[in-house]
Design a protein around this ligand. Structure first.
Ligand code: BES
Ligand code: ZN
Ligand code: ZN
Length: 500
C-alpha cells in the first residue's frame, strides 16, 4: 500500500472514493463539508437533515456517484465532538474508513483533511497519524489462509487538503508515519506467526535479516554463548524444550554518538510459546500463547523504525527468546536457579517464566551499557484483571523517566496506566530457600509482583516495565484494526526515544 500527499484541489480529483470526516456539532456541514455541500447541490445538508450524517464517532455515510465531484464515491466518517478530536481520533477515523472501503473492493481513495488541519502545527503530525492509521488498518492476520480475496486490497491512498506552505512539513510527517506504521506491522507479523513457524531460532534469523537490511549492528547469542555468560534464569526456562534459546541483540548508534552518553536499553520478552512448563496451563485458550513473544517483537520492530528515523540517542535492544515447555529436562517447582547477576531464584511456578528470562535480559542490557531501561512483556494474567484490554500497565522506579514515557504514550495515542511499586510489595517475592521467588506470597497484586521481580535486576538504573498481556492481542476485530496482534507500545517507545 502506497500513501502519498498532494496539495492540488480535491474537487476535480478522479478517484474511487473521496473520504473526509464530520464533527458532531449542531450543524456538522461547515468548512470543507460546506464546500462539498455546495459542489454537490446541497447533498450533505439533506443527509444531515435526515439524520444520516451526524458526525457521531465512526458513523459511516457513503454516497455513490456524487454529482459535482469527480470521485466515484463520497465517504463521510464521523469524528465525534470537535473539542475532543485529536490525532488519536484521526488515526482511528482513517483506519475505519480504510477497512470499510477495503472490504468493498475499493483499491484507491483520496483522504481530505478538514480546514482545521491547514496549519503549520497540524501539518507536522496529522499526516503521520494518517499514515500510521492506514498502515495499521491494512494489516490482516490471514497469512496462512489459502482463499485470500486478492481483489480486496487498497493500493494507494492520497492525502489532500494541505496548502503548498505546509507541504514540506506534511511530507516529512507522512514519511515518519510510514516508517512507524511499517515497523508496527513488521512486529505484528512476527506476533501472528504460530510457534511451529516461529521458534527462537527462526525469530533470531528474522531479526538478524531485518537488522542487516536496515543497517543496524546485530549479534545473536546461541545456547553455547548463553551458557558461557551464565544466563541461568533464561536457561532454566529453555531446558524444558528441544528448541534452543537465543538472545537477540540489535544496536542503533547515532552518527554523532558521544562516548559516555546515555544509552536506552529496550528488553523484550520473547517466549515463542508458553505452555506454562511443568506448572502447565489449561488447554482452553492455550493456543493464544503464541503471542507470548509480543514484547520482543515490539522491541525488534522499534529498532527497524529507528534505523529509518535516526534519533540522536544510542539504543540497544536485548530480546531473550525461548519456548516454555514441559519436556523431560524441564525445571520443576521448587528448583533453585542462579541468574546471570548472581542472584538465586526459587522457581515456585514454572509458568512465571517471563520474569525469569527478563532477569537475565535486563542484567545483560545493563552490562552492555544501558543507562535507561524499558522492558515490554506479556507478563501476567493479573494485568488483564486490573486494566482489561484497554490500558498497558506501567511500572517504574524513577518517576522522571516514567513521566517521560507516559507523556510519549499520550502523544502516540496509546493508553497506558501507571501501577504502584510500594516497598511493601517487595516482601511478596522474598525467598524462603533462595534470594527471591518467582511468584508472590501475598494475596493478589500479581502484576505488581511480576514487576517487583524484574526490578531486582534493574537495580538503580532508571527502569520501566510495560505489562502488555492485555493489550498486545485484539480478541475481536475493531472497525480500524483486524483481530490479532496490535503492535502496542511501539509508537510510544519510538516517541520516547525520539524525544530523549
Ligand atoms: N504469558 C503469561 C501471561 C499471560 C497469562 C498472558 C494469561 C495472557 C493471559 C505468563 O507467562 C504467565 O503465565 N504468568 C502467570 C504468572 C503466575 C504463575 C504468577 C499468570 O499470569 O498466570
Ligand atoms: Zn507463563
Ligand atoms: Zn509467558
Amino acid at each position: 500500500m502506497q500513501i502519498t500527499l498532494e496539495t492540488k484541489p480535491y474537487a476535480g480529483v478522479e478517484t474511487e472514493a473521496l473520504v473526509t470526516y464530520a464533527f458532531e456539532e449542531t450543524d456538522p456541514i461547515q468548512g470543507r463539508l460546506g464546500e462539498i455541500d455546495k459542489l454537490t447541490g446541497g447533498l450533505l445538508g439533506r443527509l444531515a437533515k435526515s439524520g444520516e450524517l451526524t458526525g457521531k464517532n465512526l458513523e459511516i455515510t457513503l454516497v455513490h456517484a456524487p454529482a459535482g465531484l469527480k470521485a466515484a464515491r463520497l465517504l463521510v466518517i464521523g469524528a465525534g465532538k470537535r473539542d475532543s478530536f485529536n490525532t488519536g481520533t484521526l488515526r482511528k477515523v482513517a483506519g475505519a474508513a480504510f477497512r470499510y472501503l477495503k472490504s468493498r473492493s475499493v483499491h484507491n481513495f483520496v483522504f481530505l483533511v478538514r480546514e482545521n488541519e491547514v496549519t503549520e502545527k497540524a501539518a507536522a503530525d496529522v499526516p503521520q497519524a494518517l499514515a500510521e492509521g492506514s498502515l495499521a488498518a491494512d494489516f490482516e492476520s490471514d497469512k496462512y489462509k489459502t482463499d485470500k480475496k486478492q481483489d480486496k486490497s487498497i493500493k494507494t491512498v492520497l492525502v489532500v487538503g494541505f496548502d503548498d506552505a505546509q507541504k514540506a512539513a506534511a511530507e516529512k510527517a507522512l514519511a515518519k508515519g510510514r516508517a512507524i506504521g511499517e515497523a508496527q506491522n513488521f512486529a505484528r507479523d512476527l506476533v501472528n506467526e504460530p510457534s511451529n513457524k516461529l521458534t527462537p531460532k527462526i525469530l533470531a534469523e528474522k531479526a538478524e535479516a531485518m537488522a542487516k537490511e536496515a543497517g543496524l549492528a546485530v549479534e545473536i547469542l546461541d545456547e553455547k554463548k548463553i551458557a558461557e555468560l551464565k544466563m541461568g534464569a533464561l536457561l532454566s526456562v529453555a531446558q524444558g524444550s528441544v528448541e534452543p534459546p537465543r538472545v537477540i541483540v540489535i544496536t542503533y548508534t547515532p552518527a554523532n554518538a558521544k562516548p559516555g552518553g546515555p544509552v536506552i536499553g529496550l528488553v523484550g520478552k520473547a517466549v515463542t510459546f508458553d505452555t506454562g512448563g511443568i506448572s502447565i496451563k489449561p488447554a482452553d485458550g492455550m493456543e493464544k500463547m503464541k503471542y507470548d513473544m509480543a514484547g520482543g517483537a515490539t522491541m525488534i520492530g522499534i529498532m527497524r523504525a529507528l534505523a529509518a528515523l535516526k534519533p540522536n540517542v544510542k539504543v540497544i535492544c536485548v530480546v531473550p527468546a525461548t519456548e516454555n515447555m514441559p519436556g523431560g529436562k524441564a525445571q520443576k517447582p521448587g528448583d533453585i536457579q542462579t541468574a546471570m547477576s548472581g542472584k538465586t531464584i526459587e522457581v515456585l511456578n514454572t509458568d512465571a517464566e517471563g520474569r525469569l528470562i527478563l532477569a537475565d535480559g535486563v542484567h545483560y542490557a545493563k552490562q552492555l551499557g544501558a543507562t535507561h531501561l524499558v522492558d515490554a512483556a506479556t507478563l501476567t494474567g493479573a494485568i488483564v484483571v486490573a486494566l482489561a484490554n484497554v490500558n498497558v500497565g506501567v511500572f517504574g522506579t524513577n518517576q522522571e523517566w516514567t513521566d517521560k514515557l507516559l507523556a510519549s504514550a499520550k502523544a502516540a495515542g496509546e493508553k497506558m496506566w501507571q501501577m504502584p511499586m510500594d516497598d511493601e510489595y517487595r516482601e511478596f517475592i522474598k525467598g524462603s530457600f533462595a534470594d527471591i521467588q518467582n511468584v508472590g506470597s501475598g494475596k493478589g497484586g500479581g502484576a505488581i509482583t511480576g514487576a517487583m521481580f524484574i526490578r531486582e535486576f534493574a537495580g538503580d538504573t532508571p527502569w520501566i516495565h510495560l505489562d502488555i498481556a492485555g493489550t498486545a492481542w485484539n480478541d475481536d476485530a475493531k472497525a480500524w484494526l483486524a483481530k490479532g496482534p496490535t503492535g502496542v507500545a511501539l509508537r510510544t517507545l519510538v516517541h520516547l526515544v525520539q524525544s530523549f
